[in-house]
Design a protein around this ligand. Structure first.
Ligand code: SF4
Length: 438
């Protein structure tokens, strides 16, 4: 049978989809990229914030159409939205043949086999979602590496602890075994992820083990770039900063979601850090690693955020510490402590604050990028434009799908998947233009 997948949400969710693809493939199903041709469509949903929930529902309803006029016989929905709203979804969207919650992932294949009971004998040779069998969907040079599931930080605005449960680290041997396998498959860039990578090991080994893990990943032959994302400021230690500094393979790239800078707002968010400690951390990283790239994400319009709090954030962004910045409008999420707070901010005010931060962030990015003109960088070439005139790649300063790219005039064939040296000749708002080093 032909199976098609739609994966929504974050890279952690994507790994769950990749494991599901691996399971179907190992059981001799044909994986198709065009879901219109699929007899079974699997949608892995996100349920983190309002906009993500809406996207998931729109996608389900769109795929449900395919049951009328395309090849689709079975529509299966899994992931965070199902974990949160299983009962409501079953009532609201009867076109879906099977909903699988995250709690049911340990019996994922039993549920699929049950659904397909009327079809020809379904192989049960493989019946577990397994990291080692995942099918990498991010090309043949880069892969995400999930080191833990869930989160125990309990930021007051966040629904993830209620969806994914408490923080559970994977045993370090399992992670290294999977990384070895990825390296053998030719993966050159490994991106370490979890809800909070800095907490890795605390639950399992009684102490943070991210530095140790990164050092061990550096010893695996074949990787050119190793990154870790979602590093929460509270737990970024000098040891971790030195680990990045002393390992050439580890990109000088810090993804540090701070969410806000006002002490009053940080406290209401249950973030165990102050604005001055965040600033001190950033200065320390820049002092130790001058070419470090800093990414962050911010929330505007958190309940009780006054004009003064917002201006404090605005002025902080203006200082230009962050090279890359994502901004979210506060989303009131059922069941979270912040949703119960009285001082909810009006949507128009939230939107105005969002636009103000985005505008200043754009200015800061433009200014920061200018400093790269004339400099030489190693670029991973990932794509070529339709007219074959330009290659598209990334430097250590850019994470896939989220940051900018480097555009390079095509003056040499077959560079896709290669690391090449390039000199930056021009800069845009978020992207760089470069020329190949002859
Ligand atoms: S660290 Fe905070 S924002 Fe992130 S997943 Fe955990 S609770 Fe949510």
């Amino acid at each position: 049978m032909k199976v098609g997948f739609v994966s929504l949400g974050c890279s952690k969710n994507l790994i769950d989809t990749e494991m599901a693809i691996g399971l179907f493939k190992n059981n001799n199903f044909e994986i198709v990229h065009d879901v219109k041709k699929a007899e079974i469509i699997i949608i892995n949903t996100c349920g983190f914030i309002e906009s993500a929930k809406q996207e998931a529902i729109d996608t389900i309803l769109e795929m449900a159409q395919y049951k009328q006029n395309e090849a689709c016989k079975y529509l299966v929905v899994m992931g965070c939205l199902v974990q949160r709203y299983d009962k409501e979804l079953k009532k609201a969207i009867p076109e879906v043949d099977l909903f699988i919650t995250i709690d049911e992932y340990n019996k994922f294949w039993d549920k699929i086999s049950q659904l397909l009971i009327k079809e020809n004998k379904i192989s049960n040779k493989y019946n577990k979602l397994c990291y080692m069998d995942r099918v990498i969907s991010t090309g043949d040079k880069i892969a995400y590496l999930k080191i833990a599931e869930g989160c125990s930080n309990r930021c007051t605005y966040c629904a993830i602890p209620y969806i994914r449960g408490p923080y559970i680290s994977r045993p370090i041997e399992d992670i290294l075994k999977e990384a070895e396998e990825l390296s053998k498959k030719g993966i050159k860039e490994i991106i370490v992820i979890a809800q909070d990578t800095t907490k890795y090991g605390e639950d399992l080994y009684g102490e943070a083990k991210l530095s140790e893990l990164l050092n061990k990943l550096c010893k695996i032959d074949g990787f050119e770039w190793i990154r870790f994302l979602y590093a929460y400021p509270e737990n970024i230690t000098n040891e971790l900063i030195q680990t990045v500094k002393n390992n050439d393979k580890i990109c000088n790239y810090f993804d540090i979601p701070i969410q806000h800078i006002s002490d009053k707002v940080l406290k209401r968010m249950n973030r165990n850090i102050t604005g001055s400690k965040i600033e001190a951390l950033i200065k320390n990283i820049k002092a130790e690693i001058p070419d470090a790239i800093l990414r962050t994400s911010l929330i505007v319009g958190f309940p009780g955020e006054t004009n003064e709090d917002f201006l404090e954030l605005y002025d902080f962004v203006k200082k230009g510490y962050f090279n890359k910045l994502g901004v979210f409008i506060y989303s009131k999420e059922d069941g979270t402590p912040a949703a119960k707070l009285k001082e909810q901010i009006h949507h128009n005010t939230k939107k105005k604050r969002y636009n103000l931060i985005m505008n200043i962030a754009k200015e800061v990015s433009k200014k920061n990028l200018k400093s790269y003109t004339g400099k030489k960088y190693k670029i991973l070439i990932e794509n070529i434009t339709f007219d074959k005139k330009f290659y598209v790649g990334r430097s250590y300063m850019d994470i896939p799908e989220t940051d900018g790219v480097v555009i390079i005039k095509n003056s040499k064939d077959n560079l896709i998947g290669e690391f090449i040296d390039c000199t930056i000749t021009e800069t845009k708002n978020y992207d760089l233009i470069g020329k190949l080093q002859q």
